[in-house]
Ligand binder design. Structure first.
Ligand code: NAD
Ligand code: TYD
Length: 339
């Protein structure tokens, strides 16, 4: 099997490329990534001399390139992860999200349709469902009701993917997962950002009162689910993937401070994010039943291991927060903390 992974140099993508090479050693993994601010080839240094991993730098929106890669590498299936992925950035500038997430996905779908690929796996998100109140879970039939430019661009891509099955008969599967955590996450997202700030004795900016809830999914559990969805998912179906680990943001932040050994006085409650979804929680029973998948990580232990990974791999994230992206981080946190 020759699989094209898009966005394979990002957080989930790089974990997925490594997961596939380890657990599906006969597969060739072709990794198409533009290397935006969030893409980092260093995430894949272990695979430098692996002939079964082929890296191609390029944009999913470049149809000529996508066609060429599919033909040259004899691609059978696509696992599509490439995206602009951060809600806060989508509030600062929605257009890049429409271009990469909506138009980029459509280019890949057209290429997959014309090349008659055997499967197109669309990695969507639980954020397409919008926000829950204090009770209830998202199922695959929950109506889509996204709140942010990020989640609405993902909802558009998710629905266009499903339309390619109904209209053109393309074999598609859509997965909708909850918040991932683990190594190599860009330090703008909650967990790595809070670890980096705690280590550097900087304030930890918590939106509103910190009671918003996310369901945390270890990235390796997610990679296992994506692989099974590619292999066993039913054509035209959606699968929710969640970690059964609902936590309030403030619980996460306090747990991080405890592992790093820093005081809770570093917590700074800041003005809420516009359109901030209150709670996400996933019913993943369909994935358990039809894919034979279940998460294997226990949250508190895996969060501790994740924090330790960032402590042990300080140069990896320090190059980001104090190097090329220092101005972005400085201005973002000045604004957030002032608000
Ligand atoms: P990320 O931001 O860490 O990585 C995205 C990758 O896509 C980067 O390597 C980037 O260079 C690449 N990319 C962006 N635009 C591209 C383009 N036009 N052409 C080629 N490559 C491009 O994102 P992530 O957190 O790894 O998320 C991966 C996927 O999973 C995304 O589709 C995201 O919407 C989805 N998702 C993520 C989470 C999460 O918790 N991280 C949760 C639900 C769904
Ligand atoms: P984030 O990691 O940005 O993921 P998402 O918005 O896709 O869920 O945020 C996770 C939660 O943490 C979300 O409720 C917003 C909150 N948060 C903060 O309170 N402060 C921050 O600086 C960030 C980045 C997030």
């Amino acid at each position: 099997m020759n699989v094209l992974v898009t966005g394979g140099c990002g957080f989930i993508g790089s974990n997925l490329v490594k997961y596939l090479r380890k657990h599906r050693p006969s597969w060739k993994v072709v990794n198409l990534d533009k290397l935006t601010y969030a893409g980092n080839l260093e995430n894949l240094t272990d695979l430098e001399n692996d002939p079964q991993h082929v890296f191609v730098r390029g944009d999913i929106g470049n149809r000529e390139l996508v066609d060429h890669v599919i033909l040259k590498e004899k691609i059978d299936a696509i696992m599509h992860l490439a995206a602009e992925s951060h809600v806060d950035r989508s509030i600062l500038g929605p257009e890049a999200f429409i271009v990469a997430n909506v138009l980029g996905t459509n280019v890949l779908l057209e290429a997959a349709r014309h090349a008659r690929l055997s499967r197109f796996l669309m990695v969507s998100t639980d954020e397409v469902y919008g926000s829950l109140g204090p009770t209830g879970l998202f199922t695959e039939t929950t109506p889509l009701d996204p709140s942010s430019p990020y989640s609405s661009s993902k909802a558009a891509a998710d629905l266009i993917t499903l339309a390619y099955e109904r209209t053109f008969g393309l074999d598609v599967v859509v997965t909708r997962c909850s918040n991932n955590y683990g190594p190599y996450q860009f330090p703008e997202k909650l967990i790595p950002l809070m670890v980096a700030n705690a280590i550097n004795d900087k304030p930890l900016p918590v939106y509103a009162d910190g009671t918003n809830v996310r369901d945390w999914l270890h990235v390796e559990d997610h990679c296992a689910a994506l692989t099974l969805a590619l292999e066993k998912g039913k054509k035209g179906e959606c699968y929710n993937i969640g970690g059964d680990s609902e936590r309030q943001n403030i619980q996460i932040v306090k747990a991080i401070l405890a592992v790093v050994g820093k005081p809770e006085s570093l917590i700074k409650y800041v003005k809420d994010r516009p359109g901030h979804d209150k709670r996400y929680a996933i019913d993943a029973s369909k994935s358990r039943r039809e894919l034979g998948w279940a998460p294997s990580h226990v949250f508190e232990k895996a969060l501790g291991d994740t924090v330790k990974w960032y402590l042990d791999n300080r140069p990896w994230w320090e190059r980001i927060v104090s190097g090329a992206y220092k101005t972005y981080f400085d201005s973002q946190y000045a604004t957030r903390l002032k608000g």
